[in-house]
Design a protein around this ligand. Structure first.
Ligand code: 3AM
Length: 187
């Protein structure tokens, strides 16, 4: 019997205020550039997982609960463009060590659950626009300070208008992780 699976990734998922500001960033881009990311889909990927079976997901969520990482601020400070996937993104020249540590812990947790993970150096980026056929002329970049207080497990679903991302569960980042009780869930 085929077990149920979902297409999953870990991400920084914006709160409403962050989403509003980031939507303004995508909307400030010149028209006709490509396909802007829908406001509801704005996020920063931490770790792409792909198809995950239900039992593996349970183990993964349990492992995510044990992750110990402090909150941090990620400064989005420039535009970037990847020619091959034709993606325009906003990136950060500095990766906070807390973010690097969080991603490494997620990679280890996913590997321990039997998932194959991308071990290339992590480059935080927020995809703004897809199908951008050539390096565009862009407005001045206005820095955005993303205060990250939690991380989320997100499901990617095919929808009639394109892909839709649905956050399923979030875990708080905490300054002091009490080893006796473990990090709080923010569900
Ligand atoms: O955060 P962005 O938009 O860069 O491109 C996909 C998206 O990244 C990426 O995972 C995020 C949520 O879908 N993605 C999709 N398929 C992937 C793959 N096979 C992938 N990343 C790595 N390997």
């Amino acid at each position: 019997m085929k077990t149920e699976s979902a297409r999953l990734f870990f991400a920084l998922w914006p709160d409403e205020a962050q989403r509003t500001a980031l939507t303004a960033m995508t909307e400030s881009l010149p028209a006709g550039l490509g396909r802007h990311v829908a406001p509801a889909n704005i996020h920063i990927t931490l770790l792409f997982l792909g198809a995950v079976a239900a039992e593996t997901r349970q183990a993964l969520e349990a492992a995510a609960t044990r992750i110990a990482a402090s909150p941090f601020v990620l400064t989005l400070d420039h535009y970037g463009y990847w020619r091959k996937p034709q993606v325009l993104w906003a990136g950060s020249r500095v990766t906070p060590p807390e973010l690097r540590g969080l991603v490494e812990q997620l990679q280890r947790a996913a590997s321990a659950c039997g998932l194959s993970v991308d071990n290339r150096p992590y480059q935080p980026h927020l995809t703004l626009c897809r199908k951008v056929r050539q390096p565009p002329q862009l407005p001045k970049f206005l820095p955005f300070y993303w205060a990250a207080a939690d991380f989320s497990l997100v499901e990617s679903r095919s929808a009639p208008g394109g892909v839709r991302y649905e956050p399923c569960r979030a875990w708080a980042l905490r300054v002091d992780v009490d080893s006796t009780s473990g990090p709080h869930s923010v569900e």
